[in-house]
Design a protein around this ligand. Structure first.
Ligand code: SD4
Length: 309
């Protein structure tokens, strides 16, 4: 039997992103194209202060973006701390398809993007600049849990009750009608990070991993704790051993909690996974995580992630 296309994405804003991906999948398109198109939605959304245009800057006021993409053949590409380009997920795809490399960072990533026709844009919106200037008054680096859903609250009719916060990294996983799996992840990273800081999101194995025999996983939240545990790779390997997507995500969360219990208490990390059969699940350290699912049955389903606390 032919595989049923499906696309899933992190957080409440995943609903809108999935719809763009579904436009590709429902016409028989490739999972890779679907995740790229889905990534464009929050990247372009000025109200979303965690991805792309409108993202909150680092402590020096620079909007620096991280993104990666991975296809069913294990091809992958990433950009790290890319500035001035609205669609880092597409630059990551170009790195994958047009270079012998996997990752490009900073000035080199920008140079590559410009050479490939991406326009140079100012990504710091007046709203994000204002928030940064407000932050500078105390200059205390204290990531807000679930900021991705919080900041979206006013504009999102999909808001789940209990999601009082808002986060901004989008992780996307899709399976197309051929049964091929691809994934993408795109973010402006933790607000007010040190200039040059890279999170988990553009790191293959940490923020995203796809193995077409098994499934895919992606993560969101405080990236340092995900990198430490190579989170998304761990989730996929656990699924390979027979864990369900949710059980695999839970085990990865437990690994973070076990390694750094004092840190884990006060931060959010969420994992999202899908297996080859199209079964999906998620697990987070804290309440407030959600993910969106889109298939031929429902295009706007929002599922609250389970959590440890
Ligand atoms: C990071 N994981 O840069 C990202 C941030 C994030 O929702 O997920 N925000 O560490």
């Amino acid at each position: 039997a032919a595989a049923k296309p499906i696309i899933i994405s992190t957080w409440d804003f995943g609903v809108a992103a999935n719809k763009a991906g579904w436009a590709v999948l429902s016409k028989g398109g490739r999972a890779l194209d679907a995740v790229e198109q889905a990534g464009w939605v929050p990247e372009s959304d000025v109200k979303n202060q965690t991805v792309g245009y409108g993202g909150l800057p680092d402590r020096d006021g620079n909007v620096t973006l991280d993104a990666c993409i991975m296809d069913e053949q294990g091809n992958c590409g990433a950009v790290l701390a890319l500035e001035h380009i609205k669609h880092p997920i597409s630059v990551a795809r170009k790195v994958m398809e047009k270079t012998p490399h996997v990752m490009l960072a900073g000035a080199g990533a920008l140079q590559f993007a410009l050479e490939n026709g991406f326009p140079k844009e100012n990504l710091l919106t007046p709203e994000s600049e204002k928030a940064w200037k407000e932050w500078l008054k105390t200059a205390e680096y204290a990531p807000v849990m679930n900021i991705e859903n919080k900041q979206y609250e006013k504009s999102s009719p999909q808001m789940l009750p209990g999601n009082q916060y808002n986060h901004d990294t989008i992780g996307i996983l899709a399976i197309d009608a051929s049964g091929n799996i691809s994934g993408g992840c795109t973010t402006s990273g933790m607000a007010y990070k040190l200039h040059g800081r890279i999170g988990d999101s553009p790191i293959i194995g940490a923020g995203l991993y796809v193995d077409n025999e098994v499934g895919g996983a992606t993560s969101t939240g405080v990236g340092e704790e995900v990198v430490r545990n190579v989170g998304s790779f761990l989730v996929v390997e656990l699924m390979r051993q027979g864990y369900s997507p949710e059980a695999a995500c839970k085990e990865a969360v437990m690994r973070i909690i076990k390694k750094k219990p004092e840190i884990a208490k006060n931060i959010q990390v969420g994992f999202l996974a899908i297996n080859k059969k199209g079964e999906h699940g998620a697990y987070a350290i804290q309440k407030g995580f959600s993910y969106a699912v889109c298939n031929d049955v429902k295009q706007d389903l929002l599922i609250p992630g389970k959590s440890y606390y």
